[in-house]
Structure formats: C-alpha cells, structure tokens
Design a protein around this ligand. Structure first.
Ligand code: NAD
Ligand code: UDX
Length: 443
C-alpha cells in the first residue's frame, strides 16, 4: 500500500519507518524543512534506539521517502496518517488542534480518488467529526473516510511497541475504511496483535482512557511511597506485593519524581477538559493531574532537606534530564520542575544526560552541562539521580566519592540498594524506603 505520514516526529517517523519495514511504501511529510533535510541526509532529528537503522534500510530499499511536499504525497496515497502534535493549549489545557485542523485543510486540497484519512495523533472525542467537516467544506467532491487509529507506543521502546503492540485500535464504521486499515495492519496481526474495531469516538476515547489509567497507577504508587515514608514501610515491596496479583499487574508501579513526558501530563489535562465540556466530572483523573504537578514541584524540597535546609553556596549534580531513559525528549521532564527551584534557592547546578543535552540546554539556563557522570559529580555537595539511564546503574562510587565535596546521593528512581551506597560511606535518600535509607535492619 502507499501510505503518507504527516508529521515526522516521535510518532510519525517511527510509525512511517515501521510501516515501510513491513513492506508498505511510505512518504513522511513534515513542514519543518530542517527536519526533512536532515532525514534526507540520513541524520535522525530525534533519538530513538534502532530508528536510524530501520530508516536507513528502508530508504535504501526505496520504501521510505521524506518530503515537505504534502500535496503530491497525499494525491498518490491509499491512506494518509495525521501524526502532528496536539500539545496543551496555553491557558486552558484543552488539546490544541491547530496543527490537526491545518493538516486536514491541506489534505482536502490534495485528495485524489478514495483515500482513508487516519488520525494517529492523540485527539479529543469528536475530532474525527471535525476533520470530516473540514474536508467536506473544502472539497465537496472528495471521496474519503476518516478513521481514528490512536498510537500507544512509548518513547525509548517505540519500535518494539509499534511492531509488537498489545493491541491495535481502529475507530470507523465505514466498510471501505475498515478494509484499508485491515490491509495496512495485516503484517502486524500476523504477529498476533489483536485488532480492535470500534466506532471513531470510542477509539478516540480509548487513547485518553489508557493514558489516564496508567497515570493513575503511577500516582497511586507515588502516594503509597509518601505513606511508606511516614510509616516506615518499603514502597518497592508494596509494589511487588500488589503487582503479583494479576488483577493489578506489576507494571507502572515504580515510585518516582512524578510522571512527565509529551503524553501523560497533557493528555490527562485534555481529558479533564473534554469531560468538563461534556458535563462529566472526572474526579480521579483531576486528582491524578493535580497530585502529579504538585509532586514534581516538591522534589526540590527533598534535596534541600537532604542538605540540611539551605542550598546557599551549594553545588548540586543532576544525573538524567530527559523525562525517561532512551529518549532525548525533554517535554514535561521532572528535571525541569526540579532544577530551577534549586537554582532559585542559591545552588549551582551541574547536569549530565546521555542523550538530552542538546534539547535541555536552552530549557535550563545557568546549568553547567558536564561531559559524563563523574565530571558532573565533581565538586558537588549532592548527587541527584532524576532519570534512570542504564549507564547510571553501575556507577563507580569510590570514584564518585573521591570527586564530590561530600558523599550524598538523592535517588529519585530507587535504582540502588541503599546498603550498597552505605558500604561506600554515602548518605543515601531514595523514594518510599525510609528505613533502608537510614540503614536500619529491616526484619
Ligand atoms: P512531535 O512534535 O515530535 O512531531 C510532530 C511533527 O509534526 C513535527 O515534526 C512538526 O513539524 C510536524 N507538523 C506539524 N504540522 C504539520 C503540517 N501541517 N504538515 C507537516 N508536518 C507538520 O510530536 P509527537 O510526539 O510525534 O506526537 C504526535 C502526536 O502523537 C501527538 O498527538 C501525541 O499526543 C501523539 N502521541 C505521541 C506519543 C509519543 O510518545 N511522543 C505516543 C503516542 C501518541
Ligand atoms: C506514554 C504511554 O506509556 C504510551 O502508551 C503512550 O503512547 C505515550 O505516553 P511515554 O510517555 O513515552 O509513553 O513513556 P512512559 O514509559 O509511559 O513513561 C511516562 C512517564 O511516567 C515517565 O516520566 C516515567 O518516568 C513515568 N513512570 C512510568 C513512572 O514514574 N513510574 C512508572 O512505573 C512508569
């Protein structure tokens, strides 16, 4: 099939490359000329493990192309995917549909023959209806179907998630739309991926419901971590103890600094706004969104506390800036809520991230960017792990201690057994494990 992907970002580029890998002929369109130029030169505009290889091989096989020419690629496509951004609208937290609506207008002008228009962007319930109305308004003669096909991939594991999804959700009641989508995804359901067909509005809502549920799970365990700190329990054992119940499941129960990223924060907010407009009161999701924002903003207090109440003249070393490992994405990263308050309280901040430095630099003025974890720790009064990159899991603490002013580690991801740090003479603070942090024998 001939597919066009509008938007060559984290979702569009991964989806386009994977569809090409399955044998479709894919054109990725982006209106960011630098991005298309860089892709044309074989340079990935984002960091996603394995993406460069899959792009290179499919470009070489002539199944994957990059262009800014939306009209030509839409005219020749069987299906056109919209994978543009839907950020939070400034001021009210609704999903900003400016890019989606603009893409719909451009698609309308270029349609030639029956075409399926697929919304891959995360969009509020009813957006498919709006896209349909825009296209009809622009081109009363157009022959098309608008289908919802939300994407569930995670950054850092995007290729595997796309190729081996837990499920594929397709929202359409149009038989021709259904047939084309079946053909588009045929290679994946040969991989045993369940294909759930439903109506368009329901598919749009499935995406928000999934993200809100996962965000709720994380927030739940974060609240349990707070309670563990008050009552002297261990949140990792609580997570294990509940997660072994297969009605609950072990995933998304890692306590930490609060969820970030380009999806959970904005999607929970957008879902709340959709519900408000519809006259439904989503109290759980509202609480999750509020609790998470306040959690992220309180993380700096833990560092202040670990340093005895004042940061004046102190140097803090931060390891990990991106919102999670294996991505360069800084959107809503917990580091962005942590670092400015540390600076405002008088601390100098040094930081290191394996992939996020380029995007982090303009977002974190005044932060000294280090060349590796050891350079970062040099001269620091406290070392703070914010993102659990693999390369931070086996640090040489004898070396770290020798370069720090004092041996203090604040670990927001619980990646170390406290006893290991104590053995190196460190004071260690983690999340929801107060007795282990204090080195108390736990019976
Ligand atoms: P992104 O910002 O990385 O990429 C969007 C791209 O669209 C940009 O390169 C931009 O230049 C391009 N674009 C915007 N308007 C355009 C137009 N008119 N024509 C051509 N290109 C245009 O965004 P993303 O992270 O890939 O997210 C895209 C959508 O997918 C969002 O709705 C998001 O919520 C959803 N989503 C994201 C993820 C994720 O992990 N990032 C996962 C699932 C769903
Ligand atoms: C998420 C969804 O998982 C994915 O299905 C959707 O398509 C896009 O949004 P992503 O944002 O890439 O994916 O990463 P994810 O692994 O879900 O992590 C999101 C945030 O939650 C990160 O800040 C992460 O550190 C945090 N998190 C995740 C926790 O704090 N604890 C956990 O147990 C899991």
């Amino acid at each position: 099939m001939r597919l066009t992907m509008i938007g060559a970002g984290y979702v569009g580029l991964v989806s386009g490359a994977c569809f090409a890998d399955f044998g479709h002929v894919v054109t990725c369109v982006d209106n960011n000329e630098d991005r298309i130029r860089s892709l044309g030169a074989g340079k990935m505009p984002i960091y996603e493990p394995g993406l460069d290889r899959i792009v290179a091989s499919n470009v070489a096989e002539d199944r994957l192309r990059f262009t800014t020419d939306l009209a030509a690629s839409v005219a020749s496509a069987d299906a056109v995917f919209i994978a543009v951004g839907t950020p939070s609208r400034r001021g009210d937290g609704h999903a900003d549909l400016t890019y989606v609506h603009a893409a719909a207008r451009l698609i309308a002008a270029a349609l030639d023959g029956f075409t399926v228009i697929v919304t891959k962007s995360t969009v509020p319930v009813g957006t498919g209806d709006q896209i349909e109305a825009i296209i009809r308004e622009e081109r009363s003669d157009a022959d098309f179907a608008v289908v919802s096909n939300p994407e569930f991939l995670r950054e850092g594991a995007a290729i595997d998630d796309f190729k081996r999804p837990n499920r594929i959700v397709v929202g359409t009641t149009d038989p021709r739309g259904r047939e084309v989508m079946q053909e588009v995804y045929r290679p994946l359901y040969l991989n045993q991926a369940p294909l759930l067909f439903t109506d368009r509005r329901t598919a749009e809502l499935v995406k928000y419901a999934a993200n809100a549920f996962l965000a709720t799970k994380i927030t739940f365990i974060n609240e349990m971590a707070d309670l563990c700190e008050k009552v002297g329990a261990d949140v990792q054992d609580v997570a294990r103890g509940i997660g072994l119940d297969n009605r609950i499941g072990p995933k998304f129960l890692h306590a930490g600094p609060g969820f970030g990223g380009s999806c959970f924060p904005k999607d929970t907010l957008a879902l709340i706004r959709t519900a408000e407009e519809a006259g439904a009161d989503l109290r759980i999701v509202s609480a999750v969104s509020d609790i998470n924002e306040s959690r992220k903003s309180r993380m700096a207090d833990r560092v202040v506390d670990a340093l005895g109440g004042s940061l004046e003249g102190r140097t803090i070393a931060v390891l990990g800036l991106t919102f999670k490992p294996n991505t360069d994405d800084m959107r809503e990263a917990p580091s962005l809520s942590l670092i400015p308050p540390l600076q405002a309280a008088g601390a100098s901040v040094r930081a290191y991230d394996p992939q996020g430095m380029e995007f982090a630099r303009p977002l974190l003025p005044g932060v000294t960017l280090a060349k590796d974890a050891y350079d970062c720790a040099t001269g620091a009064d406290a070392l703070v792990i914010v993102t659990e990159w693999e390369s931070f899991r086996a640090l040489d603490f004898a070396r770290i201690k020798s370069v720090m002013k004092q041996p203090l580690l604040v670990d927001f991801r619980n990646i170390y057994p406290p006893s290991e740090l104590h053995a190196h003479g460190f004071t260690y603070r983690s999340v929801g494990r107060p007795r282990l942090d204090r080195g108390e024998a736990v019976s």
